[in-house]
Ligand binder design. Structure first.
Ligand SMILES: [Zn+2]
Length: 288
């Protein structure tokens, strides 16, 4: 295909950030750190390799995901504890913060709620930055490994993709039938996973996670949360996933409660302020 004479000039136009985020309210990390100092552990969950588990973190609590035994990536889903309709929105989180998230950035919820669900307060892999391949850690660009894509590309039935692990965990936690629980599973935060897009073909890539046992990612729960974490069958995601080939390790989730009064001055964020009339006037019978 021939190029127009001004092709280079068109390519040379500077990019503009789609969603400048300077107007986002900044989390009070100093207050969170002070509250964390006196927080006490109230729950612990060990997620088995190629499986998932659920945990609950009430608003104002902290939850930490730690690598234990060996390098392992985790696929995280979050829901509002009392309303599975409000769930983590990977795409909008990516639009607001970029392809990977770290300390001070947030996991945002779906429409019509669009509010912070959790704020990253500590990230021992923050030093990694962006490598020479364009790779970084804790992405919101992947989806979650799943048996449908696996079937499409390789055929066969594999039952321990993160999608299925999360589905089983949510069904067990809520009592929902498996196929109903599956509808609530959504695109994840890829905890510890090192990913990016190739410069030449724009394809999603993964590489061995730099995570080592002892590394952790810790969050402050902005609202009452139900979480599910899958220890991905990809292990450290250095070679493949959606199979039983990769070496896999467990992941540890710990929940910490703040001391009474430690969060004075803080309040859980309200759902988004858009009035939802979409240009059609007030919704009849709409309350609040
Ligand atoms: Zn996975």
């Amino acid at each position: 295909m021939t190029q127009p004479p001004d092709a280079e000039a068109r390519r040379a136009v500077s990019p503009v950030i789609c969603y400048p985020n300077e107007t986002l309210a900044t989390p009070d990390l100093a207050l969170y750190a002070k509250a964390r100092a006196d927080a006490v552990k109230v729950a612990e969950l060990r997620v088995a390799p190629r499986d998932a588990g659920c945990f609950r973190a009430p608003a104002g609590h902290f939850f930490r995901i730690t690598s234990v035994e060996g390098p392992q990536v985790g696929d995280l889903n979050l829901w509002a504890a009392e309303d599975l309709d409000e769930r983590f929105y990977s795409g909008k989180t990516r639009a607001l913060h970029g392809t990977h998230i770290t300390r001070g950035e947030r996991m945002w919820s779906s429409f019509p709620y669009l509010r912070p669900m959790a704020t990253v307060v500590e990230d021992t892999l923050e030093w990694y930055g962006i490598d020479a391949f364009g790779g970084s850690v804790h992405d919101v660009i992947g989806t979650r490994c799943d048996p449908y894509t696996h079937n499409l590309l390789a055929g066969g039935q594999y039952h321990h993709c993160c999608h299925s692990n999360l589905t089983r965990a949510l069904a067990d936690e809520t009592g929902l039938p498996l196929h109903e629980a599956e509808r609530h599973v959504h695109d994840v935060l890829n905890v510890f996973m090192c990913t990016g897009f190739t410069r030449d073909t724009g394809q999603y890539f993964m590489k061995a996670s730099p995570v080592c046992p002892g590394d952790y990612l810790e969050f402050f729960a902005e609202i009452d949360l139900l979480g599910a974490l899958s220890a991905c069958p990809g292990g450290d995601c250095s070679a493949q996933h959606s199979s039983d080939v990769a070496v896999c390790h467990p992941l540890l989730v710990e929940v910490f409660a703040p001391a009474p009064g430690a969060l004075d001055g803080w309040s859980s964020p309200a759902p988004n302020g858009y009035d939802r009339t979409h240009g059609r006037g007030p919704i009849a019978g709409r309350a609040g």
